[in-house]
Design a protein around this ligand. Structure first.
Ligand code: AR6
Length: 191
């Protein structure tokens, strides 16, 4: 895997991997001007707290309406899977809703399920021919996944995905607090 040209930027860092970009930013994902932001949802798709609540508040009722239609068609969304809606009032054109695993003790397939949540979200972005996608740190809030384990999984899953031909040119991780940002920075630095 080729990874080159790490750059310091005012609001974060980026690294080139396989000719594509991984960027880390501190901030609020609802403000992202990208093709799609990813929501750390729950299986009901009916909204919740954390980043899920923030996205539905900022995006308005249209997003929940579309989530209800998806629920009606396919039922609950299992952990590790992803679906897509429009972005409502957000600057992002789409919201990709995925469900991360609830951390138990690490023996319940949590790591593979987390990787799957990132991978399936990226596959959906590629299916829609999107170029830029912003992720929060999935599962590391209410779902209790340790950040030191989650950050390397997030970064390495994006890198693996970059090996495949797709429309996705830039993956951003938008981290809400300094602790999360530092864990992702550590994971990016060991690439
Ligand atoms: N922008 C970026 N990151 C954020 C934002 C934001 N506006 N708000 C919170 N975070 P969580 P989970 C960070 O709990 O662990 C919901 O109720 C937060 O600091 O949102 O996957 C769902 O409905 C943390 O690092 O998601 C589910 O029931 C990260 O986002 C459940 O929580 C994820 O925290 C999902 O839990």
């Amino acid at each position: 895997m080729s990874s080159t040209s790490e750059k310091s930027e005012p609001s974060g860092i980026s690294k080139s991997v396989e000719g594509k970009t991984i960027r880390l930013l501190r901030g609020d994902i609802t403000r992202e001007e990208v093709d799609a932001i990813v929501n750390a949802a729950n299986s009901t798709l009916m909204g919740g707290g954390g980043v899920d609540g923030a996205i539905h508040r900022a995006g308005g009722p249209q997003i929940l309406e579309e989530c209800k239609q998806i629920r009606a068609m396919q039922g609950q969304l299992p952990a590790g899977q992803a679906v897509i809606t429009g972005g409502g009032n957000l600057k992002a054109q789409y919201v990709i809703h995925t469900v991360g695993p609830i951390w138990r003790d690490g023996s319940c397939n949590e790591e593979e399920t987390l990787a799957s949540a990132y991978r399936e979200s990226l596959k959906l972005a590629a299916q829609y021919e999107l170029k830029t996608v912003s992720f929060p740190s999935i599962s590391t809030g209410a779902y209790g996944f340790p950040l030191s384990k989650a950050a390397p999984i997030a970064i390495s899953t994006a890198c693996e995905f970059f090996k495949e031909q797709s429309s996705v040119e830039e993956v951003r991780f938008v981290l809400f607090d300094a602790f999360a940002y530092n864990e992702f920075e550590t994971a990016l630095n060991v690439l």
